[in-house]
Design a protein around this ligand. Structure first.
Ligand code: WQD
Length: 338
């Protein structure tokens, strides 16, 4: 299949592009480069020996999306593109609702004009909200605690209603847990702008000396060691989950939701200690108050993806920590053009 990857130059998009190419599919990326570098796809081409064309443009621009379909005629779409910083979404809700929802609706309008009925959507475990029993299952109630999460939730709603109105459509909604790590080559990886919000890129910058120490946001949670527990998944496992999802979507119609997680929670201190052991170094940290909005525990029941997509995460925490550090070491300034 030829697959259009919106946001395909980003962290998860570029790893998925590599995985699809290695599986014999073709890719084309549409990315506005707001939070991505064209270098990522150049390196994917070098790693795979295959083309990964990039069209620089915005998914909310119907003319730009139409032009991509006219030129490349994709068989399917994986929709990664979107603003994704939780804290920023609280400060700028209109930007998040406008951008993220317009992108989803623009794709839903343009795709059928070119006979394209298959879409995989980058959703998030954040749609499960708080106060849930663990592990999380796809049929659990949903509800969000920030505008970013609501844009994912509302996009899932839009896709569900569009598929109900047009039975030829096939949409797979993937609820990611916490993607970390990088391709084993260290040539592509997570390249956050500014000071990282997320745990693993922050730890990597402490390890490289770019940041002084890690602040552990609270050790008074009702968990084994008091620090927050999350379901961290290697980005290459996540990429392989997208390969399984797009191939599943091409053989079905309607809407299916899948968790993409490992089903194994790790605490913040577990991650610190795993990273230190995997890379033989020390991560200085201090315990600070909880970060507002954080929940204590969040991890997946991955059974549905295992049974219906025949996919499960394979890479362990040592690999996640080793590959994250390998990318950071080789690329202390990321792709170098932020
Ligand atoms: C993980 C744990 C923190 C940084 C977010 C988004 C979610 C998804 C994944 C998009 C928590 C602790 C973190 C630090 C810390 N993104 N932490 N010190 O918050 O689980 O999920 O990213 O879909 O939508 O909410 O990830 O990496 O920020 O935090 O102690 O400097 O690490 O409290 O327990 P989170 P995270």
């Amino acid at each position: 299949m030829r697959v259009l990857l919106t946001g395909g130059a980003g962290y998860i998009g570029s790893h998925t592009a590599l995985c699809l190419l290695n599986a014999g599919h073709e890719v084309v990326a549409l990315d506005n480069l707001y939070n991505a570098s064209p270098e990522a796809l150049r390196r994917v081409e070098a790693l795979t020996g295959k083309k990964a064309p990039l069209v620089v443009g915005d998914c909310t621009d119907e003319a730009a999306v139409t032009a991509v379909f006219e030129q490349y005629r994709p068989d399917a779409v994986i929709h990664f593109a979107g603003l994704k910083a939780v804290g920023e979404s609280v400060a700028k809700p209109l930007d998040y609702y406008q951008n993220n929802l317009d992108a989803t609706m623009t794709l839903c309008r343009v795709m059928p004009r070119f006979g394209c009925r298959v879409l995989v959507f980058s959703s998030s475990a954040t749609v499960y909200g708080t106060n849930q029993e663990m592990p999380l299952r796809e049929d659990f109630p949903t509800g969000c605690t920030n505008p970013y999460g609501w844009t994912k939730w509302i996009s899932e709603r839009i896709l569900t209603d569009v598929a109900a109105a047009d039975s030829t459509r096939s949409f797979v909604l993937l609820r990611y847990f916490n993607p970390i790590g990088a391709h084993e080559s260290g040539r592509i990886g997570e390249d956050p702008a500014g000071i990282p919000n997320n745990l693993m890129p922050y730890i990597c910058q402490v390890a490289s000396g770019k940041l002084d120490h890690l602040r552990v946001f609270g050790n008074d949670y009702p968990t084994r060691d008091g620090t927050g527990e999350r379901d961290y998944i290697h980005v290459m496992d996540l990429a392989e989950g997208h390969l399984a999802a797009i191939e599943y979507a091409a053989e079905h119609t309607g809407v299916e939701i899948f968790n993409l997680g490992t089903g194994t929670p790790y605490s913040v201190l577990d991650i610190v200690h795993s990273f230190e052991k995997a890379n033989n170094l020390t991560i200085p940290y201090e315990i600070t108050p909880r970060r507002p909005g954080d929940i204590a525990v969040c991890y997946a029941d991955p059974a549905k993806a295992r049974e219906k997509l025949h996919w499960q995460a394979k890479r362990d925490m040592t690999a996640m920590c080793r590959d994250a550090w390998n990318w950071q070491k080789q690329n202390p300034q990321g792709f170098g053009d932020k």
